[in-house]
Design a protein around this ligand. Sequence first.
Ligand code: ISE
Length: 339
Amino acid sequence: MPSQGTLGVAVVGTGKMGADHARRLQRVISGARVTAVVDIDEERAGALADSMDGCRAYTEPVAAMAAQDVDAVLIASPGPAHEAALLEALDRDLPVLCEKPLTPDAASALRVLEAERRLGHRRIQVGFMRRYDAEYMKLERLLHSGRLGRALMLHHRHRNPSMPPWFTNEMLINDSVVHEMDVTRWLLDQEITAVTVLKPAPSSYAPEGMDDPQFVLFETESGALVDVEIFGHCGYGYQVHAEAVCERGTVRIGDESGPRLSADGRWGGAITPDYLERFADAYDRQVQAWVDATRRGEVTGPSVWDGYAAAAVCEAGVAAQREGRRVEVELIERPAFYA
Ligand code: ISE
């Protein structure tokens, strides 16, 4: 499938994430190059295409996917635009890396799942990049080694310095806590069964209409309890921590590992300003793994099932957030196709 051995990738969506992925594919990743960029904002797509040799700008994903030099698609447009692009790519049997969330709700995620099953083989990897972060990978290996016994609780902290002006209360669940939903399912190797959202008195820096921070509680199949502090406007930097409390020990990741400076009678370090920096290595590893697998004709990494399961937990989370009650997660039975 790759033309001349190099994978020609169409990047759909040229906002913050799409532009970063295009740069990564062009400058960091081996075995791929960006042959198309797509955005409804013609000028923005054009400017990005002009910065890369042999890249064309399109305003419609369909047109880019039909191009001769497009072998695979990286979708980084806003969540509501994902379903149409995913179905189009499946129709053309094109490999896809789709930024999270797979789609904004469980019903649309299920339609994508059904389409991939009809195709008869996996084509889509979902961009849950924390699975490619070195510390998360060590945590996952440790938990699965059994050395610490069963995991009883997870504590997650997810702090952003601020959110863009268009960010909503629901997006704190759908775009931010969705990461903790995925890593919880992956680390504990089980589904989340119920969600509760509690809200402290909001920070005076919370924008109008947003309850910030929030405290989200997951229950899981085995009876583990998982809490997530989601803070959209902590003001001081981007921090993601996770701690597992197990029968025979605890393990914590996310404490800044950068250089620890001692000077002028103080010690300390820096906090990353945003997720692109904090998870830069994880994004690189994820995209390289996708390109490598695609060139081998394989699909690895988080699947459409993972995207659908996260969407179902998001739906419960948004209802819990809105209605102030515990909401159970509704999931179909996992198809053998995604075993
Ligand atoms: C953003 O969309 C991300 O995916 C980041 O990883 C997350 O930390 C942030 O809260 C989201 O807005």
